[in-house]
Design a protein around this ligand. Structure first.
Ligand code: CA
Ligand code: CA
Length: 444
């Protein structure tokens, strides 16, 4: 999926620009007075240096954060890193991302913000109101300002598209990447089982989506009788521009650009100043943050958990590598097989034209029945080895599920066998080709 995205993006040559005025991220996410630059939050939301807690794990809490300015570009990609955590097996209510023509409320009816919105909501719905065992669910809901969100059915009759994904209580923060480019809306989800940047999966893609221009960005969350903490660690906005857009009238005037960069420099200076002040005021904390004492305060249980996660992440990486290699081997295998078949059928079954003189007599079949059988047998061995390898990979996965923290349980014998078999086949083919060429030369 990631590969496709890269390729698609490359072929259409999208120009990307990070939009700091529509983003927030740690450290120093909130300033000393609690404000978040370029954003406004309210309700029960609290911003700290590290995250924005939209709704805390207390009953009936609501909160939201909204961008101060509407977007001044048409296409965008927004990456949200968040954590929904709670003690219960079930949590509530959920979190929502908004792109709407007006800023919503901070204590509204729909996951903390306004109903009858005009624009897009991407909702992370934790609680299963309609009892269909299909939550937590991620969905996009479009609204033109007239529809009332149907909580009773979890919006199942109103959603544009969605996917069933558990985003609660993950070892690493979960992430969503929402892309709106040339009227195609794509949502990717990172399940937080690893902290690997490449682990986004497609949730859905919808075409011909028309959103109003110049919307505001927002995030909101709400709790009910059950209550999770809803923390957003960052929201990063990138504007996407087609080549024509950047080439023509969309270009900013140099005055405007100068003003913007000056503004940005001032913002950076202010940030640095605040960091310095913070260091002066909290010398201990800063030292702590540098990690000097981190290792001293890890309990046994924490350490064990950390080791398990590390082990599982490693197993996951190894499995992914193995999968890729097996795919490669199968691909090569298919290639050589089709080449061989083509050659074989060419030499065996060349039909002779009745009228035409037979071409310079066909060379005796350069590959005997015996050679062919050997090749087929070789092939069979390779297919069996791949099957074995797949089974052993499955075993490793099962072990990983049962919490085996050792990353070394993978046997590479299978992999080596495949590689060896592949080499033998290549060698065989090379010899065969040489023989054929030598024989062909005799005729010229
Ligand atoms: Ca719900
Ligand atoms: Ca449901």
């Amino acid at each position: 999926v990631i590969l496709c995205v890269l390729v698609c993006v490359n072929t259409q040559s999208v120009h990307r620009r990070f939009e700091y005025k529509y983003s927030f991220k740690p450290p120093y996410l909130a300033q000393k007075d609690g404000s978040v630059p370029f954003w406004e939050y309210g309700g029960n939301a609290i911003a700290s240096g590290e995250s924005v807690r939209l709704a805390p794990s207390l009953r009936s809490q609501k909160g939201a954060i909204w961008s101060k300015q509407p977007l001044n570009f048409d296409w965008w990609e927004i990456d949200i890193m968040f954590k929904v955590t709670g003690r219960g097996r079930i949590g509530a209510d959920g979190l929502a991302f908004w792109y709407t023509t007006q800023r919503g409320e901070y204590t509204g009816e729909v996951f903390g913000s306004s109903d009858r919105w005009n624009g897009l909501a991407v909702i992370f719905d934790s609680f299963d109101n309609d009892n269909k065992h299909n939550n937590p669910y991620i969905m996009a809901v479009l609204n033109d300002g007239t529809k009332v969100f149907d909580h009773k059915s979890d919006g199942s009759q109103q959603l544009l598209s969605g996917c069933l994904r558990d985003f609660r209580n993950k070892p690493f923060p979960t992430r969503a990447r929402i892309e709106y480019y040339l009227n195609t809306l794509t949502v990717y989800f990172h399940n937080g089982m690893t902290n690997n940047e490449a682990d986004y999966e497609l949730c859905f893609r919808a075409e011909n989506v028309v959103l109003p221009r110049g919307g505001y960005l927002g995030l909101s969350a709400a709790t009910g009788g059950l209550a999770d903490d809803h923390d957003v660690i960052h929201l990063l906005t990138t504007s996407l521009h087609t080549q024509q857009q950047t080439g023509s009238g969309q270009q900013m005037s140099s005055d405007e650009q100068q003003k913007l960069s000056q503004e940005y420099q001032e913002y950076q200076k202010k940030l640095e100043q605040q960091k310095e002040e913070y260091r002066k005021e909290h010398p201990d904390e800063v030292r702590d943050k540098d990690g000097e004492f981190d290792d001293w305060f890890e309990s046994d249980a924490q350490r064990e958990l950390r080791q398990i996660f590390q082990g599982q992440t490693q197993i996951h990486d190894i499995l992914r590598g193995l999968n890729k290699k097996v795919d490669e081997v199968i691909g090569k295998q298919m290639n050589s097989l089709s080449m061989l078949t083509a050659v074989y059928s060419h030499t065996q079954g060349q039909p002779l034209q009745p009228g035409a003189a037979p071409p310079a007599q066909m060379p005796a079949l350069p590959i005997g029945r015996h050679d062919w059988d050997a090749l087929v047998a070789n092939n069979q061995i390779m297919i069996n080895t791949i099957a074995e390898l797949k089974i052993s990979a499955g075993g490793v996965q099962a072990q990983a599920m049962s919490g085996c923290p050792e990353p070394s349980c993978v046997s590479f014998t299978g992999l080596l066998l495949v590689v060896a078999a592949q080499l033998i086949l290549m060698l065989f083919y090379a010899i065969y080709k040489e023989r054929k060429e030598a024989q062909a030369k005799k005729f010229f």
